[in-house]
Write a protein that binds this ligand. Structure first.
Ligand code: URA
Length: 233
């Protein structure tokens, strides 16, 4: 598929479209051996040899980013008035076709995957694939003694979930679906409203040492693992 040269270079993390436009006009970019000064030049980024200052660049069609979403940020690609998860990405990780996989509430922290691979996003959010999501919840009241049994049976008609009590007012929960405010609604139904919520794991992906607000690209192993989890190896 043919794309504009400035878009391709921006996707490679070389700067905004405006910034890479300057590089192109300055003659720093070659396509298949020839200097191209037209930022709208159309090329197939997977087939063309692109060079910046005589160094070849590698273009990856699919791109996946792991973000530790902080509280107070909207899981959306754009908003008139609020900071979105896309606003948090540094230039080198930003691409205009990245989309969040599922949603974390504004007040929820934790692991959020962003991808530009539509089929991966579709499968990861489809109930058929039952991708495990693990959350740490802190609660405003003590858990009832039968909390784990009730989660296992399915609270409020949600699919069965696993609950591990960590203390009277903290628990780790594993869900295999992702409905709107599901964890908060499930705990509220037990009479123990959530006061803090963080997603620690999404399928095979873990937060590791990523601090709130930080992001990094998936490693090759992580990409293989998440694709395998939904039959896309
Ligand atoms: N469940 C919730 O209640 N909130 C989230 O952000 C994710 C799961």
């Amino acid at each position: 598929m043919k794309e504009r040269l400035d878009r391709v270079l921006a996707h490679l993390g070389l700067g905004t479209r405006k910034e890479v436009g300057k590089l192109i006009r300055a003659g720093a970019v070659r396509v298949d051996g020839a200097v191209v000064r037209d930022r709208g030049f159309k090329l197939d980024p997977e087939a063309a040899l692109i060079e910046l200052n005589d160094e070849p660049l590698r273009y990856a069609r699919y791109f996946h980013v792991l973000l530790h979403k902080p509280a107070g940020v909207l899981t959306a690609t754009r908003s008139e008035s609020e900071t979105t998860v896309l606003d948090l990405l540094p230039n080198a990780l930003w691409r205009d076709d990245l989309k969040p996989v599922g949603r974390l509430d504004r007040d929820t922290e934790g692991l959020l995957l962003l991808t530009n691979r539509g089929e991966l996003l579709h499968r990861l959010t489809h109930p058929r694939w039952k991708v495990a999501k693990v959350y740490l919840a802190e609660l405003a009241a003590d858990l009832p003694a039968d909390a784990a049994r009730r989660f296992a049976e399915g609270v409020l008609g949600f699919a069965p979930a696993e609950l591990e009590a960590l203390s009277p007012r903290a628990a780790r929960v594993t869900l295999y679906e992702g409905k709107h405010r599901q964890v908060r609604r499930m705990f509220a139904a037990l009479g123990a409203p959530v006061v803090y919520l963080r997603r620690e794991r999404f399928g095979p992906l873990e937060l590791g040492g990523l601090e709130p607000g930080q992001a990094r690209p998936l490693s090759g192993d992580e990409r293989d693992a998440i694709e395998r989890a939904v039959g896309l190896a």
